[in-house]
Design a protein around this ligand. Structure first.
Ligand SMILES: Nc1nc2c(ncn2[C@@H]2O[C@H](COP(=O)(O)OP(=O)(O)OP(=O)(O)O)[C@@H](O)[C@H]2O)c(=O)[nH]1
Ligand SMILES: [Mg+2]
Length: 189
């Protein structure tokens, strides 16, 4: 089985890092030196996409795509969404607008996908840096703002994008969801 999964989320959430952490091949990245507001967050930013690969079991593999976080490259989100069956929304818990950021990606998914949005999970990063909170804040938000997409049943994980085990858990949960999603199983690219 081969799955194609897209990491979406704001600048600095850890999309590129997550793929670098878990990929079994050398990651293809399109990083450029950041300018303007992004430069305050980190040195480099993705301008087109990242691509990696994770082997699962004997026969399976996941092709991993990372989107750019900057909205001026959001045309890439649509292109990448067309190529992928499942989505991980990464949210930087340490930013002061993490719930709004989650909301904007929920809105983007609604806008950019035809019919029901593809299965997705939410991975909260940088929890070691932000204030200690329980993840129910995010679950409540999804319950209220994404009821049409599964709401409070959408899995929310505490994830450090630098930790292999964390990323693996997130991806295995998402592939389990894809197994049950007829559209995902039948997708041909
Ligand atoms: N402390 C801490 N650092 C993290 C965590 N997750 C990711 N990081 C770090 O945060 C930074 C995230 O950078 P990237 O992976 O480039 O972020 P990105 O989402 O690809 O950002 P753009 O490509 O600019 O949209 C990296 O330095 C990671 O090592 C976490 O849970 N805790
Ligand atoms: Mg990146």
């Amino acid at each position: 089985m081969e799955w194609r999964i897209l990491f979406l989320g704001p600048v600095g959430a850890g999309k590129t890092q997550a793929i670098q952490t878990i990929s079994d091949i050398e990651v293809v990245s399109t990083e450029e030196r950041a300018t303007d507001a992004t430069a305050l967050i980190k040195e480099n930013t993705t301008v087109a996409m990242d691509m990696g690969l994770m082997n699962i079991g004997d026969a399976g593999r996941i092709i991993l795509y990372g989107a750019p976080g900057q909205e001026r490259f959001d045309f890439m989100w649509e292109i990448l969404l067309d190529q992928t069956q499942g989505i991980v929304i990464l949210v930087n818990h340490a930013s002061n607008d993490s719930l709004a950021a989650l909301g904007s990606y929920i809105t983007a998914l609604r806008r950019l996908t035809v019919g029901a949005p593809p299965p997705f999970v939410v991975a909260i990063t940088h929890t070691d840096e932000g204030e200690v909170t329980d993840l129910n804040e995010y679950r409540r938000y999804l319950h209220t703002h994404a009821d049409d997409m599964g709401g409070s049943k959408i899995p929310v994980f505490r994830t450090d994008a630098r930790e292999k085990r964390d990323i693996r858990n997130v991806l295995l949960a998402l592939t389990a969801m894809l197994e049950f999603d007829e559209r995902a199983r039948l997708a041909v690219f």
